[in-house]
Design a binder for this molecule. Sequence first.
Ligand code: AMP
Ligand code: ZN
Length: 449
Amino acid sequence: MNKIKLYNTMTRSVEDFRPIRDNQVKLYVCGPTVYNFAHVGNLRAYLFDDLLRRVLKFAGYEVQEGMNITDVGHLVGDGDEGEDKLELGAKRENTDPLTIARKYEDRFFQDMEKLNIERPEEVVRATDAIEEQLEIIKILEEKGFTYSDEFAIYFDTSKLSDYGKLTGQKLEDKKVGVREEVVVDQNKKNPQDFVLWFFLAGRYKDHILQWPSPWGKGFPGWHIECSAISRKILGQSFDIHAGGVDHIGTHHTNEIAQSEAAFETPLANYWMHNEFLNIDSTKMSKSLGNVYTLTEIEEKGFDPIDFRYFVMSGHYRSKLNFTWQALEGARSTLRKIRALKGKSSNVENRTNVIDIVKDMLYNDLDTPKALARLHEANDFELWKYFEPVFAFDIERDDLISDEVKELVKKREEARSVKNWQLADELRGKIEKMGYQVEDAQDGVKIVRQ
Ligand code: AMP
Ligand code: ZN
């Protein structure tokens, strides 16, 4: 086993990674809320998680990973306000929440596959773990961590001395933060208290997804599913909990509060968070409407792996700014790597480069440095050696695809009947896919841009 160092949000430092069991890593990542297409910002979170599990495996660990699918209970506001996102999706598409959930869960896994993201060993839907969620709420009630009213059962954060430890903020600071950003539910004793179970009352009186509970019919709050599902798959404690930085303040803080109050042992030993994918220095997010999906990227002629390369070119703890130009850069770099196949290189000592690159990856997943060193070596065998980590499909034949050949043929046909407009449209399509058409005297040449 190779030594790995990882940044732990809990301690705010890079630490030597020591799993609970010798060579096995138990990892949990918060899954998607399946009410719409994932945007490429969301996909950055799963690319980071995939990098983490691939590096751990490369270093010799066996990885057991769990993930939830949020198909109920995630409200529009993380602070227990607004409509359930799944019901919102159902209204948008004039159908029911579970149809929406299954549709976008499928789409999510299609995106994952296109991006060479490995599927976690176990995936559990929130709606398939209602019993487990109720179990934890019962324990919390017995231990005196809950209170309720006609609308909900709440977690009483004032009963915990270390609530909010993941953010490193003092409770007083956190209270101010929360007050500013959400409409505080008047029925909560403390502004940072959160809902464990919603009753069918108030704005949720007609909530479609509902289950019986010892306290009355209702549906779970968003955070409890991850406490229940991670415990079901991995037990408590497990090694690493991953997710995006936006989860630190509320969702992960609340997962920790309820799990640790119930079971009196750390939920996870290492907390790892990816930074945002931005657009024009602003977080890409559905609520801001500045999102792109993987399909949109493909429609512009890019391959999903171009996006994978682009994400790996930044460190997971740095913000990354999405631009089409950057994606073009990623595409042409990938083509250069693939074109190295069969070419000799002048690397004198491969083992030496391998050790250096490994050190970079094992030092908190420093992919920008590792990629720079591999580019410097410019050696196909080295790229191949690290393919289990990067999964750039480097063996793929990047020569002109059948799809492009077909478009070129159609353009030739259009030109032969002097349909210049169609010929130009087809040229535009070919260019979008990253190729240039050059009309020479001896025929048409296709050149990669
Ligand atoms: P959601 O489907 O909203 O539950 O989010 C899925 C994952 O995407 C979570 O880990 C979020 O933290 C993460 N995420 C959301 N927006 C971004 C973004 N712009 N950049 C990186 N990660 C994000
Ligand atoms: Zn979660």
